[in-house]
Design a protein. Structure first.
Length: 156
């Protein structure tokens, strides 16, 4: 028996515009894409704020049997922060959210979880959003402190 694999090549709208005669140049296409992306930044930051509020409002699980579900919710919210902040060069938020994901991944599901970690990260996200862009020193201090929490809690 012979298996036939059919591959349909798809062309993006952008590549079609660039390749056709009289089409736009790559530089112009990139500039337009950057402008379109910039127009979405405020909406993205609002989504980050809403996600932080949801994370901060998560109740601590009332027992080991509910721990996995609670950790999964916290993980999904943290990943949502990465998704919303990533395209807009908010590495600080992404690094803090990754740190929280690492803590959640590394925590044993058969032992109580220190829920203060969620609270500290939510407060740190808020601080990172509130800091002026040029305050890189404070940003780095916040991120370093979160890394210290990771080292203490997971022994890394």
């Amino acid at each position: 028996m012979t298996t036939v694999i059919t591959h349909n090549r798809r062309r993006s709208r952008l590549s079609s515009l660039i390749d056709q005669p009289g089409g736009i140049s790559t530089g112009i296409a990139l500039k337009q894409a950057a402008q379109n992306l910039a127009s979405m930044e405020e909406q993205s930051l609002q989504l980050v704020e809403q996600t932080i509020q949801q994370l901060a409002a998560l109740p601590a699980p009332d027992g080991i049997e509910n721990l996995e579900g609670a950790l999964n919710k916290a993980y999904a919210l943290s990943a949502g922060i990465i998704d919303a902040a990533g395209p807009f060069a908010r590495e600080d938020l992404c690094m803090a959210a990754t740190n929280l994901c690492d803590l959640l991944d590394g925590s044993p599901s058969d032992q109580p979880f220190d829920w203060r970690i969620i609270t500290v990260h939510a407060q740190s996200f808020r601080l990172l959003l509130a800091l002026p862009k040029e305050d890189t020193t404070t940003r780095q201090q916040v991120l370093d402190s979160l890394k210290d929490v990771l080292k203490v809690k997971l022994g890394g």
